[in-house]
Write a protein that binds this ligand. Sequence first.
Ligand SMILES: C[S@@+](CC[C@H](N)C(=O)[O-])C[C@H]1O[C@@H](n2cnc3c(N)ncnc32)[C@H](O)[C@@H]1O
Length: 337
Amino acid sequence: MMTVPWRTGEVFLLNMAAEFSKPKPTRRRGTAGGTHVPVLLKEVMRCLNPAAGEAVADCTLGYGGHAVEFLRRVGSAGRLVGLDVDGAELDRTAARLTSLGLSTSVSLHRRNFAQIEEVLAGEGLEGFDIIFADLGVSSMQVDDPARGVSYAHDGPLDMRMDGRLARTGADLLAELPREQLAAAMEELSDEPDAAKIADWIVLQRDVQPIATTAQLARLVLAAKGFSQRSRRRPWEVPGGLHPAARTFQALRILVNDELGSLAALLSAAPRCLRKGGRIGVISFHSGEDRLVKNSFRNGLAEGVYQTASTQVITPTSNEVRRNPRSSSAKLRWARVE
Ligand SMILES: C[S@@+](CC[C@H](N)C(=O)[O-])C[C@H]1O[C@@H](n2cnc3c(N)ncnc32)[C@H](O)[C@@H]1O
């Protein structure tokens, strides 16, 4: 039988020393506060090969790292249509593009890339020459405690990239059945202790809502058997994965329906590309990469795409050293007739 230590004495998990789950400051290279270093930039440009006068849909504008390079290459005769669900990031990046003198051929939309067909129709374009998506969250979102995305900063367990969404991470932890929580952790982040963590979540939420990132991080640590006095902290060695990382990833993907949006984008993309158009997608975990790989492979077999990458493209060790957040990036591309 599972022991429920927090039912004896004061609520155990929530009162564990905050110090326990506080991350040691890590040396971070490459990402200054409030910025985002574009991942696989050279490889994206090489594979998608933007030319002067072309129309590009950057489905995940973020800081505009890739968009700036697209704009330089398509020039003033070209066009960049930028999408992002995060209104604050869109505003900041719009100002940045203006300050760089790159805003003339740009239109920005606070839209989910699942709606790319509607965006295209509204733009009055026949199609895009390039569709690009760099999935997941930006460094600005990860580093902002108020967004509640990361176990590394204490904040409300929000996790929404799009503040218009109805349910936060805390809402889902309060509502979802145990089986659904376990399945999400297994399927969306390959969490080996999914069932155990789901048990702890369900028992904990009966006592007190799990409302902050620190509460969830402490709960996962405890569920995985790391005690408050434990000196064993394998995640603090270089390259070590924090025990809560997979739980946070799964919950974030659920909150934002990230795989549903990606499937919708991949299905709509061929209808939104002009003759000779290219699509490139950077993914960061196996669930995303599987969707992209299968979509391009099936598209090739069905004649929707004329060519597609046969090998996944990953960052060089140099890029990973400069920007550790690029380490799990995978780029795939495809091209229509
Ligand atoms: C990894 S960042 C992109 C960074 C960007 N390529 C750069 O170099 O600055 C991903 C961005 O896409 C946005 N995003 C994620 N999913 C989205 C979706 N389904 N529709 C639109 N935007 C999305 C996030 O809000 C975030 O700003």
